[in-house]
Design a protein. Structure first.
Length: 580
């Protein structure tokens, strides 16, 4: 495991050792500018080389073609001259010159075919070569014919050979003119190309200049901006009103990054220092204020102590004189306590009897409460019975109403039957008698139902009245229960009070006995108090002198505390100017 850790640590140190320092940034900027200049120079050289090649091609190829065209034109003219000389003289010299001119023309045409590039020029040269070949064939015919018939040879030469020679000359002139035009066209194209190259080089140089300015500005800002940030915050801190919570963020891994990290660390420590100073000033100011308050309180307390000492001295003198009066009073207190003991015993017996009477009254009240509860339950049950009876009477009223309705219907039916019996005559007399009896019974039933309804209504009214009375009795019973319970609670309270009074009287009796014993010890205590009073008088005089010295010390402490508080406030004001 150790070699692996060592290799990792070495790799980590190598990574940390490489930093993009300011020198490297500046070197990179100048290197980029140098590369751009090299690209510009290379492009310019390449452009000039292309222009040179173009002009070289123009001079070597086009000028050679133009020169050959002139040579072809000259050779064609020489052929015509040699042909005319041969026709006039027919000597071997003219014939040899004509053949040499033909051969030169043939060679020049073949040489020109090798260097021309356009198809039109090649076609023109091939056409001229064919014409020259025809000229040679016709001329050979003229030579053969001249050996036999000179005049016919002259006629054939003027008719066929001489026009071919003139045509060759005209074609040579046309080729030379076309070459002149092509030369002018290529020269114009080269001039346009040179102009384009110049514009391209100028644009490239302008672009390189802009890029160089951008690289320089970027390098300048990359270096100057962090320095301005650090300088600005340092200026604020130097002026005493800096923001110590703001950190400078520079992400570059160079000297400026280290500067910002060191600056942030310094600001962090300075912020902690200011915070500590601020906290300390708060505590010092608070302590100074507390010290001032305590000094003031101590001064006031010393003053009060002095006054108290003076009062104590005067009081001790009065205390000694009052001890005799105190002894006389204690004797009277002793006599009074004995009388109180006798009366307290009598009161204790009376309280015991009152407690017994209150207990009996409480038991009687409890029995009355039980009887009132029984009455309340009975009245409540009777009210429930009356409520059920009211429900039954209402049902009876409903039944009577039904009976009355049936009687009325029966009466109507009997009346209808009587009418029908009267219509029937003799046959319906018996039915009429029965119908009349039924009608009478219906009338009696209706009358009886009416009387029953009146009785039921009267019973319901009486029941309602009785129910109201029962409700009133129920409420009175409830009120009686409440009153009796209150009386029971009162008796219980009386019993507790009487018991408490008895207890207190017992305590009073015990206290009286203690008071009697205390008065006997009081005489001894009075004598001791006299001795203590004399000692206190002496001590108070010493304390009074000490408090005088303490006043002077407290004045000095108060002045020092005020000065310390003022310095703490000034320091707090200075540290408060920084934002932490």
């Amino acid at each position: 495991m150790k070699p692996i850790i060592r290799v990792r640590s070495i790799a980590r140190r190598k990574r940390k050792s490489f930093r993009f320092t300011i020198a490297r940034k500046v070197a990179l900027g100048f290197s980029l500018i140098g590369i751009l200049l090299a690209v510009t120079c290379g492009t310019s050289i390449y452009t000039m080389k292309e222009v040179n090649d173009s002009y070289s091609s123009l001079l070597e190829r086009q000028v050679a073609v133009l020169k050959n065209a002139d040579t072809i034109q000259f050779d064609a003219s020489q052929q015509i001259s040699s042909l005319r000389g041969f026709l006039l003289t027919q000597d071997e010299t003219s014939l040899k010159n004509l053949q040499d001119d033909h051969l030169d023309l043939y060679n020049v045409v073949n040489k020109t075919l090798k260097i021309v590039e356009t198809q039109e020029q090649k076609k023109s040269l091939l056409k001229l070569s064919e014409a020259n070949q025809q000229f040679q064939e016709k001329f050979d015919q003229v030579i053969s014919l001249a050996k036999q018939d000179r005049e016919q040879a002259v006629v054939l030469a003027n008719k066929e050979v001489l026009p071919l020679a003139i045509d060759i000359k005209n074609q040579a002139v046309a080729i030379a003119g076309a070459q002149q035009k092509e030369l002018a066209t290529e020269a114009a194209a080269d001039a346009s190309k040179v102009h384009s190259m110049i514009l391209f080089v100028l644009a490239l140089n302008g672009l390189v200049l802009v890029l160089a300015m951008v690289i320089g500005l970027f390098t300048f800002r990359m270096i100057s901006k962090p320095l301005q940030m650090v300088n600005g915050q340092l200026r604020e801190i130097a002026e005493g009103a800096g923001d110590l919570t703001r950190e400078i963020v520079i992400r570059s891994k160079d000297e400026l990054g280290e500067l910002s990290a060191s600056f942030n660390q310094m600001v962090k420590h300075l912020r902690a220092l200011i915070q500590q100073v601020g906290g300390s000033t708060h505590r010092v100011a608070a302590a100074a204020e507390r010290l001032t308050i305590h000094a003031k309180q101590s001064y006031e307390a010393s003053e009060r102590i002095t006054q108290m000492m003076e009062e104590i001295v005067a009081g001790t003198e009065k205390q000694v004189s009052s001890m005799e009066e105190t002894a006389f009073i204690t004797h009277e207190i002793s006599v009074g306590t004995r009388q109180i003991a006798v009366h307290s015993q009598t009161v204790s017996d009376t309280a015991r009897r009152a407690s017994e009477i209150a207990a009996k009254g409480n038991r009687v009240v409890q029995e009355v409460i039980e009887q009132m509860n029984t009455i309340h339950r009975s009245v409540q049950e009777l009210g429930d019975v009356f409520a059920r009876f009211v429900g039954h009477s209402e049902k009876i009223g409903q039944i009577v109403h039904v009976i009355t309705s049936l009687a009325e219907q029966t009466h109507l039916l009997a009346l209808n039957a009587t009418i029908e019996a009267a219509r029937a005559g003799e046959h319906g007399r018996g039915f009429a008698v029965v119908a009349d009896e039924v009608r009478k019974l219906a009338a009696q039933s209706a009358h009886s139902a009416k009387e029953i309804a009146e009785l039921v209504s009267m019973i319901q009214r009486e029941i309602h009245h009785a129910t109201s009375s029962m409700e009133a009795g129920k409420k009175e019973a409830e009120n009686g229960v409440v009153v009796v319970r209150a009386a029971g609670e009162s008796f219980e309270e009386i019993q507790r009070s009487v018991h408490e009074v008895g207890k207190q009287i017992h305590e009073v009796s015990a206290a009286v006995q203690q008071m009697t014993a205390g008065t006997e010890r009081m005489d001894d205590a009075i004598q001791f108090i006299v001795e203590v009073a004399e000692s206190v008088a002496t001590t108070t005089q010493n304390v009074s002198a000490t408090t005088q010295e303490q006043w002077a010390s407290l004045d000095e402490i108060s002045a020092s505390a005020a000065s310390l508080s003022m310095m703490a406030k000034e320091l707090e004001t200075l540290s408060g100017r920084f934002k932490v």
